[in-house]
Design a protein around this ligand. Structure first.
Ligand code: FES
Length: 256
């Protein structure tokens, strides 16, 4: 077992426990954004940064383990300042049109910005735009994506589908359909896991959201209803889109 102090509270946890989990055990809340236990522990957003006595740099609590005798401060001025800068930088790449966003009021990024009293940005905004055909039953708004990679990882590791991937590098990095392919060319089953795990959701703001029922058209029936649908080894229905205008239940527009 390892004993450490977090925000003045002594806690004993098992070896190889992350600082984040130890803090939760001690009843201390550390905000997270990109973290998804066992699925996405890449430490990319740095929102969970904490101060550890004896270490100059701040440490990402979600992917660093505890050490015996560690003294951690999760809410020190230094940690809060860094957290604020990190969220401001994420916001500088995010279209902050919250009043017209379907996830407003239900968005972790928005919640974090409010908690950190971010009312204006000190950084120049650079909001990348990638065209997305809005007739698909799944809409991806790249200008809201914060590159947390949760959708990529859950699609790959849990659904074994690998529809999404990171494209480009450095500041041009963004998430898009794997291999730069068109969404027409991948076997997405519309399971919705990418949407559910996008941090702009109840659990964790969003680049991905399902199109409202009233706006759904039949151009993109779900795979199981598409002509030429086939079953994969995992039992999930896969399909080959044959370009037919076949009409099918749940995706029929109710307005026209
Ligand atoms: Fe720890 Fe994103 S939650 S780095």
């Amino acid at each position: 077992m390892v004993r450490l102090t977090i925000d003045g509270r002594e806690v004993e946890v098992e070896e190889h426990t992350t600082i984040l989990d130890a803090a939760r055990t001690a009843g201390v809340n550390i905000p997270t954004l990109c973290y998804l236990r066992d699925i996405n522990e890449i430490g990319s957003c740095r929102v969970c940064a904490v101060e550890v006595e004896g270490i100059d740099q701040l440490v990402a609590s979600c992917n660093n383990c505890v050490l015996d005798g560690m003294v951690v401060r999760t809410n020190s001025p230094k940690a809060r300042a860094a957290r604020k800068v990190n969220v401001e930088l994420l916001l500088s790449r995010h279209k902050t049109a919250c009043t017209s966003c379907v996830r407003s009021g239900n968005c972790t990024l928005q919640e974090l910005a409010n908690d950190l009293n971010i009312y204006y940005l000190d950084y120049a905004e650079h909001v990348p735009f990638v065209h997305w055909d809005k007739t698909y039953p799944l809409i991806r708004e790249n200008h809201k994506c914060i590159d947390c990679m949760r959708c990529v990882q859950v699609c790959d590791k849990v659904q074994a589908s690998r529809i999404w991937d990171a494209t480009s590098r450095s500041t041009h990095r963004t998430v898009n359909v794997v291999g730069g392919r068109s969404f027409d060319d991948v076997d997405c089953t519309y399971c919705g896991q990418c949407i559910t795990h996008c941090p702009m959701t109840p659990s964790a703001c969003s680049g991905l959201w399902p199109i409202p029922t009233s706006r759904r058209s039949c151009r993109w029936p779900p795979p199981y209803a598409r002509p030429g649908a086939t079953s994969s080894a995992s039992g999930q229905t896969r399909a080959r889109w044959a370009g037919s205008s076949l009409r099918c239940g749940p995706w029929v527009s109710t307005t026209s």
